[in-house]
Design a protein around this ligand. Sequence first.
Ligand SMILES: Cc1ncc(COP(=O)(O)O)c(C=O)c1O
Length: 340
Amino acid sequence: MVLTREKLTNFIKLSQNENPHGPSPLSVKAVRQMASRLHLYPGKDLEELRNRLAEKNRVSSRNIALSSGSVEMMDIIIKAFTSQDEGIVTSETTFPMYGILSRINGRTCLFSKMDRLGIDIENHIRLCGLKTRVIFVANPNNPTGMIVAHRDVQRLLESTPKNTFVVLDEAYGEYVTDSSYPNALSLLPQFPNLIILRTFSKIYGLAGLRIAYATAEESVVKELEAHRTPFSVTDIAVAAAIAGLDDEEYIRRSALINSKERISLYDALKQLGYDVVPSQANFLLVNFRDASSKEALYRRLLDRSIIVREMEPFGLKNALRISIGTQADNQALLKCLESA
Ligand SMILES: Cc1ncc(COP(=O)(O)O)c(C=O)c1O
């Protein structure tokens, strides 16, 4: 199967880690079929999607909570499980939403030190205090693409009190090829304070529809569902997600192409002399000598209609994050870098 993408703009967008091939054609078809129902409030039974996800993850549907994107689920977790004087722990260099949502909800978020850009679980453990109620770990981490191995996740869970939730955000989980990546689901029976987040925004190509889910212990799922804003999960998003689950081949191909392109892009960037972080996700972090050399390259790419991500919001002034595009996107990027 050849994955193609409808050209939407003249830009090559390598800035938000979306599936560069777009959604599965089955999801597109499902959305088209829903088009005449847009005047209706969401009324679809969410049980079908929950059942499908339960089957896929080999858990009960009572272990699945749905949300309008995983950012909504993070917000729900903070609202449901922390009170005003309690707080959150995450890493210094990670997905900024954990800190942003903590601030919006008036909670304190502490940021643990990295170990050469890797998440340091021991630093997380040291930072947790009596008032810590939620720990967010992005795995693979955004913006580095590095993973926390199974044994380190297990160590974190073993060291965390039962009244503190460990949230493993596996938004890029489908792209991982490293065998030390956690089998987080296998840890659920032993650790009822574990919440695993997965999203349809990345490999399923449905970022614009906002749909994601958490897998957790039954009583935790009940709390999460109880805190969700009514109607936040729409019928159209549910239909697209179910169709995406039906198209296993599309997801498998997307992952395969990504891992091939990730290797070639990484090698090519290294050959050109760039300092690139080895990644398990659908993006690469490139470090620069200083802010001005980074800025020069960012501008140069933009002049050629290639958008990559600046990393100031992640606390990295001298870095750019480049999403892995289609083969053609990546070739265009390299051509521009080669002539730099
Ligand atoms: C680590 C991580 N989690 C979650 C998300 C967002 O997921 P969603 O679109 O489901 O809210 C992102 C998006 O960039 C991400 O990098």
